[in-house]
Design a protein around this ligand. Structure first.
Ligand code: ZN
Length: 395
């Protein structure tokens, strides 16, 4: 069985290579925006949004026009890739149920500038700590913080946090149906106070580990206010803030990986609540006609979910379980915190406070998060037995 994986590293281009990368990123952005404008114009005229086949022809036309002749120096494969991405973005937008936003214009510095190199085996080469890239880049060094495993199919070079990074998309072969070494199952309750609590009563720390860096970000933000907008010092301070955010993001990802690995190694089945951040965000805002209730609390919770990286965590758990032959099951989250795991009594009154659970029927008392986790696990067992078949792992 083949599995795709992205491996990201810090790229160390020479000043010349960095300049070339900026030009290539500019071309990508230009082509995306130009094509998007054409698409919007077509929509305005009441026509259908053009598909990739049509858009691909535009590149040749633009190269012939004086104003856009600079595209002759572009890396055509990447431009085509951008148009494919745009086509995909539109198709996602038109798919009912996905609720994907329409594609937007990319702004310099604001959007993630990325250049994609497809067909890696044909056009690129890897040699220890450097990678050979086409489009006039040549050998570029990168910081190999962990080994590159698997067969590289393509790679993406992007600028974030003021640094260039390279992501290799690799294909790895995993055993057809590996058998998970553990036999235990665990339920997880994702929380705001603790990152997660499992059904055995273990709490996993979350955000507290980032308090330090968050403080530094807050201080840096305050200092920014005292600087003259767009002055050299202001720009420097801006860059400092971006770097701090990057450090925070790395630390967070690292923590999530450690946690998802540990949980996946120890349990053959992991059950989680089925959270959909999109729905939750929507319910927080509501619509003009029917504004959502408890908007503030929900918005706060949404931010916490995004900050804590629950979705990234779930994604990691999903593929790590697949590797090991385990399962990740998502269950409906409804009433998990109000149902008694001992007698099944469901009542809001079972939850006298945020942290405590006391069943009004049988007097079972426990920490509310542990109760949530036990219920999540119980529901996963129900799902499995109810269908008489193992449920497909969550993607
Ligand atoms: Zn009870």
């Amino acid at each position: 069985m083949k599995q795709m994986l992205g491996l990201k590293y810090r790229l160390n281009p020479t000043p010349q290579q960095a300049a070339r990368l900026r030009v290539l990123a500019g071309h990508s952005r230009f082509v995306w925006n130009q094509a998007l404008a054409e698409c919007l114009a077509a929509r305005e005229r009441g026509e259908r949004v053009p598909r990739y086949g049509t858009m691909a022809g535009w590149i040749t036309a633009w190269k012939r026009q004086d104003a856009t002749a600079f595209l002759t120096e572009a890396y055509t494969d990447n431009l085509q890739q951008k148009l494919r991405d745009l086509d995909t973005a539109w198709q996602r937008h038109f798919t009912p149920g996905l609720a994907a936003d329409a594609p937007r214009f990319k702004k310099k510095g604001k959007s993630r500038d990325a250049i994609r190199f497809v067909n890696f085996p044909k056009y690129c080469r890897l040699d220890h700590r450097r990678v050979k890239l086409p489009a006039g880049l040549g050998w570029v060094r990168f910081r190999q913080s962990r080994p590159v495993v698997g067969k590289i199919t393509s790679c993406t070079v992007g600028l974030d946090g003021g640094h260039w990074h390279i992501s290799f998309q690799v294909e790895i072969e995993v055993a057809e149906s590996p058998r998970h070494p553990a036999t235990s199952a665990v339920g997880l309750d994702m929380g705001v106070v603790h990152f997660a609590v499992d059904s055995n009563g273990t709490a996993y720390a979350g955000r507290n580990s980032f308090r330090q860096i968050e403080k530094r970000i807050a201080t840096a933000q305050r200092q920014l206010k005292h600087k003259v907008r767009f002055s050299q010092n202001w720009k420097k301070q801006k860059a400092r803030i971006t770097r701090l955010h990057q450090t925070a993001a790395n630390a967070r990802r690292d923590t999530l990986h450690k946690l998802s690995t540990a949980i996946s190694q120890n349990h053959a089945m992991v059950a989680v609540e089925d959270l959909r951040v999109r729905n939750m965000s929507a319910s927080a805002k509501g619509t003009l006609a029917t504004p959502g209730n408890r908007v503030k609390q929900k918005a706060g919770l949404n931010k916490a979910i995004l900050d804590q990286g629950w979705f990234e965590f779930r994604r990691q758990l999903g593929y790590k379980q697949t590797w090991r032959g385990g399962l990740l099951i998502a269950v409906p989250a409804r009433h998990t915190s109000q149902t008694c795991p001992e007698c099944g009594h469901v009542a809001a009154g079972n939850r006298p406070s945020r942290a405590t659970f006391r069943c009004q029927a049988c007097d079972h008392t426990a920490h509310a998060d542990v109760v949530g986790a036990r219920n999540v696990l119980a529901r996963a067992h129900e799902q499995l037995s109810g269908q008489g078949l193992p449920v497909a792992p969550v993607k």
